[in-house]
Design a protein. Structure first.
Lengths: 310, 228
């Protein structure tokens, strides 16, 4: 019932305003007739101009009230929807943070409670380190998303050989992507774009992490870099479950989650899109033709034509 | 040796739980999906079930398991501290819950108690194997009852609680007493809403109007009382 209250108020406001409008017009007509007869009786020239002005003024004011009410309602609806998303976000984030925290606590309590041999201790300490890394990771994501939302990120763009950059990135991050098989192909050795490598690393990391998270065990990820006309297109395909057509655009929205039961913060792809846009690029997702997984495409402006030392 | 199934998809947590249970002389096996849990749970003496699992979630699995075996002991783990998810888990038939992050000692205590409750119950059932009141009846041996929803199977703890209340009928039983005697928790430190949620669950089964109970009555500030 509480949910319907704003709608009920809107309807009442609209009905009341319409009633005022109707009464105003009716009043105008009857007064007009009354004065008309009066003026006729005394031979006075009626001033239509002033009286029509009164009518229009009244109509304008009421229409303004109606428009105001509808506008406020629209804003309220949007705000409520954002609020719901924030609640979902907080719930998702708490889970993401509580889980590695529980694991940490469990191992600490285990080591306090029991006598454990050196070898086991090492094993446990390494797992605990993993958990702190996971926690740090999530917290960085949250802070980055907040920074990006408030438009406070500072970029340093450099023209970079994209083929080399991606090859280097994949080889130095092999350990992070152990749960997948990643292949990279490009149609030219000389593909240049202007990027902020630190931030672009985040773009790649988030897209690949997503593919691994939602994909099968040992996800296969195909990365392709192609120069087409004066654009460089980076395509990252996975062999996961794919996404419904109507949702493909929404996945880049802040807090958007495909399934609210699944883990995750809903921040990863929002961060990716914001960063790509900051690079003056474009990003879009499509379902793969053979129905296995999706491909995220990023297009960046080609810089080869310009001086590569700038 | 008692066998415990751990259904948890966070690898580190699952590993830690398995290690600790084995140190307590249980046999522990870990799996990471609800689907697999449905296939193999019957080979174990109890299950620790995380609610947030990939694909099929814990609550759905819980419902399925309860359809097949209302007695099977299940303790749910949840990172969601929201009351709704805890209530939902208990309403669907979990015997107890713990929220993450949890205290290891408390978890081990609860597991121990859940497994030892069965022998207490079997002994006490020999003295009172069934009971009738108004249009309801409970068969403590078969874990079945004639309830407001017709003939249904009861979970282990639903039987335990009813039995205790009936054995102490017309006397006030405090929440603490129920926690100690039915769940076996001695410590006052264990904070739990389990008892209240169970009473709510039982009222839906054994009252014509759960909001106005005639059999399972609350005595404000003191506890509950069973009346014929």
């Amino acid at each position: 019932m509480k949910k319907l209250l704003p709608i009920i108020f809107l309807v009442i406001t609209l009905l009341a305003s319409s009633a005022i409008l109707t009464l105003w017009i009716v009043w105008y007509i009857s007064v007009n007739n009354l004065f008309g007869n009066l003026f006729e009786k005394y031979g006075i020239e009626p001033s239509y101009y002033t009286s029509v002005l009164w009518l229009l003024q009244g109509i304008f004011l009421v229409v303004f009230v109606i428009a105001g009410a509808i506008t406020i309602f629209v804003y309220w609806t949007r705000s409520k929807s954002l609020d719901n998303m924030r609640m979902a976000f907080i719930s998702g984030v708490s889970h993401e943070l509580l889980t590695p925290l529980s694991s940490l606590k469990l191992y600490i309590e285990t080591m306090l409670l029991r006598n454990i041999n050196k070898e086991r201790q090492q094993e446990f300490l390494n797992l605990m380190l993993e958990d702190t890394d996971i926690l740090a990771d999530h917290i960085s994501k949250i802070l980055l998303a907040s920074k990006l939302e408030r438009k406070k990120a500072v970029y340093t763009f450099k023209t970079v050989n994209m083929t080399d950059y991606i090859t280097d990135y994949l080889s130095s991050n092999k350990n992070n992507f152990k749960k997948s098989k990643i292949t990279f192909r490009s149609n030219s050795k000389n593909i240049f774009s202007k990027i902020d490598t630190a931030f672009f690393n985040i773009v790649l990391r988030n897209i690949i992490d997503n593919a691994i998270k939602y994909g099968p065990n040992k996800t296969t990820i195909k990365i392709e870099l192609n120069k087409k006309n004066n654009k460089n297109i980076l395509s990252i395909s996975d062999n996961g479950p794919g996404i419904e057509e109507k949702r493909l655009k929404k996945i880049f929205s802040l807090f958007y989650r495909i399934n609210h039961n699944k883990k995750g913060t809903g921040l990863g792809l929002y961060i990716v899109k914001t960063l790509v846009k900051a690079h003056k690029g474009n990003i879009w997702a499509i379902n793969n033709i053979d129905n296995k997984g999706i491909t995220i495409n990023i297009s960046l402006k080609d810089e080869y034509a310009k001086d590569i030392n700038s | 040796m008692q066998k415990i199934l751990i259904v948890e998809d966070e690898a580190n947590l699952a590993k830690g739980l398995k290690f600790n249970l084995e140190m307590e002389n249980y046999e522990a096996h870990t799996i990471d999906t609800a689907e697999e849990a449905l296939d193999i749970f019957m080979n174990f003496d109890m299950m620790i079930l995380d609610i947030m699992l990939p694909k099929m979630d814990g609550i759905t699995a819980l419902k399925e398991i309860r359809k097949q075996n209302p007695k099977f002991p299940i303790l749910i783990l949840s990172a969601k501290k929201s009351e709704e998810s805890i209530v939902s888990g208990l309403q669907e038939g979990a015997d107890d819950y713990m929220t993450k992050p949890f205290s290891l000692k408390e978890l081990l205590l609860r597991i121990n108690r859940i497994l030892s409750r069965q022998s207490w119950y079997n002994d006490s059932t020999k003295k009172l194997s069934s009971y009738n009141f108004s249009r309801f009846s409970i068969d403590f041996e078969a874990f079945e009852a004639k309830t407001a929803r017709g003939h249904t199977k009861l979970t282990q703890y639903e039987c335990f609680v009813m039995k205790y209340l009936i054995e102490n009928k017309n006397q006030i039983v405090s929440r603490q007493e129920l926690l100690e005697n039915v769940w076996g928790y001695e410590s006052k430190e264990i904070e739990t809403r389990t008892v209240d949620i169970f009473i709510a669950r039982l009222r839906k089964l054994f009252e014509n109007n759960p909001k106005n109970p005639l059999h399972i009555i609350s005595i404000r500030g003191l506890g509950y009382k069973f009346v014929d």
